[in-house]
Design a protein around this ligand. Sequence first.
Ligand SMILES: Cc1ncc(COP(=O)(O)O)c(C=O)c1O
Length: 352
Amino acid sequence: MSVERFFRKELLEMPAYHLAEHDGVKLNQNEAPWDLPVPLKALGVEALLKTPWNRYPLGDTLLLKKKLAKHLGIWADNLVIANGSNVLIQALVMATSIDRNILTFDPTFSVYELEANLFNNTVVRVPLNEEDFSIPEDLTLRAIKKFKPSLIFIANPNAPTGNLFDISLLKKIIAIAPGLVVIDEAYYPFSGTTMIDSVREYENLVVLRTFSKAFALGGLRLGYVVCETDVARNLEKCLLPFCVSKIIASLAMVVLDHAEYINQYVKTICSERERVYEGLKHISSIKVYPSQANFILFQVENSEKVFKSLLKEKVIIRQVSNGRSLTNALRVSIGTPEENDAFLSSLTKVLA
Ligand SMILES: Cc1ncc(COP(=O)(O)O)c(C=O)c1O
């Protein structure tokens, strides 16, 4: 008899998350293409050496929370930190929605739907407008009234499309939503648009952020939400105790003390984004979409073929077709200037 009988139906139906290692030009996970400078890493390790490793991380995470709150200009009570924003997405679902309706858009970040399904929720997918991936106002407001979702996920900028949504429409959505609305600002530093200040105005607004992209700390695992204090207190109950280790806390605190390093990095990525966008625009068989994030979405005639041909050139990007709202779609992360050149010339070659 199969071991499947041990598991919940929702889990068996869930696809496993799998990404292979790649030793070429890696532009498939929207990571920072540069590692932190070694002297900065060394400061983090020194700080870690000074903490007792036999003790649970109590004071360490409190200090990190205080430092992060100061960095953001908010109170620590409005902050929840965890080992990655994916963990917070799961906590938000667990905290609000089992056997309920969760509303999200199509296309968007796949983890929202995976986690919603895992807890037996019904996913209400509102299709984004085809021409520019904006939110269809009437359809969305009607869907919220009809399905009364206990949770709404909105990535802003959206992934994998890269566009920003209209803030006044987001505010309308938050105002009529009966449950929490998560504005996922994973790519915020590349867009400069945030709703953190609106948390004071809307008690159901939850802003989600990560250190994995602009902070170049994907390997450490750190994410956070900014929300109303009682929302934070309840959400925290859904996180396992001590999920932020001393390692993350010590290193991230040093990084926050030197947060200016991200400014130059973000500036370079944004100017490279425009260069790659122009490069793609000049290839006639490609349809490319403008982006406010550190990646670009484009469509080709045969995405499977282009993806595989690029792999042979040792360039890995991401296939993002979903059989519904996106066909023959590929997403490329913005890398170093050299990586972007390698991508553009390999793409030109494989399309010739
Ligand atoms: C929109 C969005 N939200 C959240 C995440 C997850 O980030 P983390 O590394 O903090 O789990 C990603 C990662 O790709 C993302 O694209």
